[in-house]
Every structure is written in structure tokens, then in C-alpha cells.
Design a binder for this molecule. Structure first.
Ligand code: PZK
Length: 291
């Protein structure tokens, strides 16, 4: 791990794979959420970073918070942040985080597909036979998971376990909000040629006990984005943002063996540039703005 960025007036608290959390010195009611340009694939942080990725994802998340403001309040306080992280950091309300990864799925794939193939269920819910990788559900399903410590994978959690953890009233509210966020996301993204297969959101409670949407929302890092024009159930869908990275890593050109346990080699400049262009394209298509 590299040493975290020094930000004057802030103390580094914690680093995730691709983001960093800081606390403002002298106040305990806010945090600074910083998005890096790091990219992960196959559970590795890759080299080099993708220029502007942190800014693109931060700006996209801020735009989504506005699109969702009538559904749920969010933790954003200000985008007036230190120069070194301008554009890729947000000052947020410090919340009491809900100890559940709130996941919603609009399409069958990934972990949902694995459970369906094994048991015919997704998050314990029985589904009809014959569904394929990439099929769309009638409406988004709530498929919560546990918050695993860093480096470990989240484990699926039954709805009953969520009820036991936060109480039935809060569980129902989390399910409702999470599925509505994904449904709203797809209403908007679908018009712009992007499908959002699934997403993970995080909620916290403010001082009054109200549920507040935290973290980042409906970004390609927290969600699976698929190009709508290439949607074809029956096989793994191409990833909107990481298709060039995955394709190159798995090609003979990279010389990397996914099963080796070795870290992947550095990405070539053209893969970095084409990947940057995909993040910018997602931002511009969704928001209608120029990056
Ligand atoms: C919080 N994370 C995850 C994000 C990381 C880790 N508003 C909030 N209040 C209190 N805690 C959090 C938040 C938010 N968002 C988020 N962990 C705690 C996380 C980014 C980088 F290293």
C-alpha cells in the first residue's frame, strides 16, 4: 500500500481499494470522501491509474444524488474542498452507518446468478426456471450482503438477517429505498443507452435517526453498467467501463494468468486511454454534460 495523500487540515482515517476517507481537524460531524484514479479488476488494484477517473465518478455521483433527492436525502455537505483533491472529493455529513450492504439487482448476473444456478433462488426468493445470465427481472430485487472487512468478500445476507440486525421497520425502508434507487437509475440511464444491472448503496442515520444516502451512488464502481445496444441474455454481458481492461488482461498479449495469484502487469497506454474515454462517455451520456 502507498502512503495516503497529505491533505492540509485533514487527518487520514481509512483507505478502501479506490477511495480514501479523511476527517476534518477540529470537527467531528463531517468527513472528506476522496475518490482516487485507481482502478480494480479481478480483485487487483491495477497500475497505472486512470486519469480523471476519481473526478468523473465523483461528479457522476453528485449528479445522481440530485436525481434521487426526492426519494432520499443524501450526505453531501459541500464540494468546496482542498485544491489537491478539487473535483474528486466531497465533504459529507458524518453518519452512523447502517451495517448492511444494500444491493439491488435489476438483471440476473454475478452473485445472483450463482445462487440461482445452485438453488433456483436469488437472495432466498424463488424464481421461475429457465432464466439466463443477463435476463431482466420484472422489478429490482433487494439482495443485501454483510459488510466484510477489507480484502474479504461480502457474504449474501437473508432479508430476515437484515430484519434481525436493524429491525423490521428499518429493513423494509432499506429494501424500498434501495430498489427504488436502482429503478430510478434505470429509468434515466435506459434513455441514454446504459443499463444498470445491479448496484450497492450505503445508508447512514443522522443525529435525528433519519435514513441518509451515503458513499457514492450509481457509479460504475458501485454498479454494473452495460451498453444497452449490446444487451443479449445468455452469456456474460460486456462491462461498459472495464471491457478493454478485462479483455487485455485475459488476452495472450498481457502474458498474465488469472489463476496464477500473481499481480497483473501494467496496463498499456492505449488501454488506459480507452478506459478513461469510457468513464467520460458514461458521465456525458448520463448527465448530458460535457466533462
Ligand atoms: C463511511 N465508508 C466507506 C468510503 C473509504 C471507506 N457519511 C459517512 N459517515 C460515516 N462514515 C462513512 C460515511 C460515508 N460515506 C463510508 N466508511 C465509512 C468508505 C470511502 C473510502 F476508505
Amino acid at each position: 500500500m502507498t502512503t495516503p495523500l497529505e491533505i492540509p487540515g485533514f487527518t487520514h482515517l481509512y483507505s478502501g481499494k479506490v477511495r480514501d476517507l479523511y476527517a476534518p481537524e477540529g470537527r467531528d460531524d463531517q468527513l472528506l470522501l476522496v475518490a482516487s484514479d485507481r482502478i480494480s479488476a479481478f480483485d487487483f488494484i491495477l497500475d497505472p491509474p486512470i486519469p480523471d477517473k476519481g473526478t468523473v465518478l465523483t461528479q457522476l455521483s453528485l449528479w445522481w444524488f440530485d436525481q434521487l433527492a426526492d426519494l432520499v436525502p443524501n450526505h453531501v455537505v459541500s464540494t468546496d474542498v482542498p485544491d489537491v483533491v478539487a473535483g474528486r472529493a466531497v465533504l459529507v455529513q458524518r453518519l452512523d452507518m447502517v451495517p448492511v450492504e444494500c444491493v439491488a439487482r435489476a438483471y440476473l448476473t454475478g452473485g445472483g446468478l450463482r445462487e440461482y444456478v445452485a438453488d433456483g433462488t436469488v437472495s432466498g426468493l424463488a424464481l421461475p426456471d429457465g432464466l439466463r445470465d443477463g435476463d431482466r427481472f420484472e422489478e429490482p430485487l433487494f439482495t443485501p450482503s454483510t459488510k466484510a472487512p477489507m480484502g474479504e468478500h461480502d457474504e449474501p445476507m437473508s432479508y430476515e438477517a437484515v430484519e434481525a440486525e436493524v429491525g423490521p421497520e428499518m429493513a423494509a425502508r432499506l429494501r424500498d429505498l434501495t430498489t427504488r434507487i436502482l429503478a430510478r437509475g434505470n429509468e434515466i440511464a435506459g434513455e441514454r443507452g446504459i443499463l444498470i444491472a445491479d448496484t450497492k448503496v450505503e445508508f447512514g442515520l443522522d443525529a435525528s435517526g433519519a435514513i441518509v444516502l451515503a458513499d457514492e451512488v450509481l457509479t460504475p464502481d458501485s454498479s454494473r453498467f452495460w451498453p444497452a445496444d449490446q444487451w443479449e441474455p445468455g452469456h456474460t454481458q460486456p462491462s461498459f467501463d472495464k471491457e478493454f481492461v478485462r479483455e487485455w488482461l485475459l488476452s495472450s498479449e498481457s502474458g498474465w494468468d488469472k489463476g496464477s495469484g500473481e499481480a497483473p502487469p501494467a496496463l498499456p497506454a492505449d488501454v488506459v486511454e480507452r478506459t478513461r474515454a469510457k468513464y467520460v462517455e458514461a458521465y456525458e451520456r448520463l448527465t448530458g454534460r460535457t466533462f
